[in-house]
Design a protein around this ligand. Structure first.
Ligand code: PLP
Length: 368
């Protein structure tokens, strides 16, 4: 049973499982038999080697990662990977071009970054609003592209892919920062997956990169050495000092996911939590409005407006203030879209979601 705390619906850094925080607290000053804190530990010590090894094994087990893939724990965040991906992969084929699916803020930023290093082809008609995923029949994929890139869950707009894009053999790359381990994934369909830890699998500071081995060793000559996947993979993420404490926290979160049934159970819970909120939105006769197409509504980030289609800002402020009085925070939508956004990552419980659902019903009754 969790201690009663403020319920954090933030988009990231986000809520961590309480048992993880308590374990980290207990081990904070003296980790195991080391006599020192993980914060003080050499990244080349045997204690830290055990931590990084265990974290990697857990990840391999939870995602069933095939043996011909390397797992790395890098710095620079998701944004660092926007640059690292083209720097490492755009030179895979002579033309230096890459296909991008742009379905929200994060894939748009990634495409813009890639333009620095080669030709970027947006494979579908440009979207004027990020509320849907263009039908694959409208995509024009380039068979000579070095890779196809997409963001599997657009955190700002609440748009999530419920399918894996078909690329006719071209290497598939995905930013899974905001739905990593929220559902099972067939890693073998991807050339590269990356995910910042601070939403579903830990705290800020570490980004997981999973890459198929044959894609290593193709970096552009201008690629900074810390972003070079071959160097980092050969050195087991220890080319330079890694984000030791963030890796340790991720290990605790992965153990928590394992103890709680793995990605399949996370998926069941995430479906239940998000359905609870979308059902209230859909039954509210237009009082709550989610602009995203039903087929690609995110289970992780639920964006909605209050009062009318484009939102009544005064009512939305009242909603956020009322939520804070009831112990729920970080419900304000991203500054670029406004409205409300409820992030329901793995550590947000069914009970947390029920508190929000009850409040949404009460608010609707009062204002309709
Ligand atoms: N990709 C996605 C899907 C994100 O949600 C974010 C941040 O929220 C990023 C990338 C950027 O991550 P970072 O802030 O760690 O650079």
């Amino acid at each position: 049973m969790e201690q009663k705390r403020t319920i954090n619906f933030g988009a990231g850094p986000a809520k961590l499982p309480q048992s993880v925080l308590l374990q980290a607290q207990q081990e904070f000053v003296k980790y195991s038999n080391s006599g020192i804190s993980v914060l003080e530990m050499s990244h080349r010590s045997s204690d830290f080697s055990n931590i990084i090894e265990k974290t990697q094994c857990l990840l391999r087990e939870l995602l069933n990662i095939p043996d011909n893939y390397k797992v790395m724990f890098l710095q620079g965040g998701g944004s660092g990977q926007f640059s690292a991906v083209p720097l490492n992969l755009i030179g895979l084929k002579g033309d230096r071009c890459a296909d991008y699916l742009v379905t929200g803020t994060w894939s748009a930023k990634a495409a813009k970054e890639a333009e620095k290093y080669g030709k970027v082809n947006i494979v579908h008609p440009k979207l004027d609003r990020y509320t849907k995923i263009p039908d694959p029949s409208s995509w024009t994929l380039n068979p000579s592209a070095s890779y196809v890139y997409y963001c599997s869950n657009e955190t700002v707009h609440g748009v999530e892919y419920n399918f894996t894009p078909e690329t006719n053999g071209v290497v598939l790359v995905s930013d899974m920062s905001s739905n990593f381990l929220s559902r099972p994934v067939d890693v073998s369909k991807f050339g590269l997956i990356f995910a910042g830890a601070q939403k579903n699998v830990g705290c800020a500071g570490v980004t997981v990169v999973i890459i198929r081995e044959d894609l290593l060793g193709h970096s552009l000559k201008e690629c900074p050495i810390v972003l070079d996947y071959k160097v980092q993979a050969d050195m087991n993420s220890l080319y330079n000092t890694p984000p030791c404490f963030s890796i340790y926290i991720m290990g605790l979160v992965l153990q928590w996911i394992k103890n709680n049934g793995g990605s399949a159970v996370m998926e069941t819970l995430n479906k239940q939590k998000s359905a609870m909120i979308y059902d209230i939105i859909d039954a509210s006769n237009g009082f709550y409005v989610c602009p995203v197409d039903e087929v690609c509504r995110s289970r992780m980030n639920v964006p909605f407006r209050v009062g009318k289609k484009d939102g009544d800002e005064a009512l939305e402020k009242e909603f956020v203030d009322g939520a804070a009085k009831r112990g729920m925070i970080a419900l304000k939508g991203h500054r670029s879209v406004g409205g409300i956004r409820a992030s329901l990552y793995n550590a947000v419980t069914l009970e947390d979601t029920e508190v929000l659902a009850a409040y949404m019903k009460e608010f609707l009754k009062e204002h309709q």
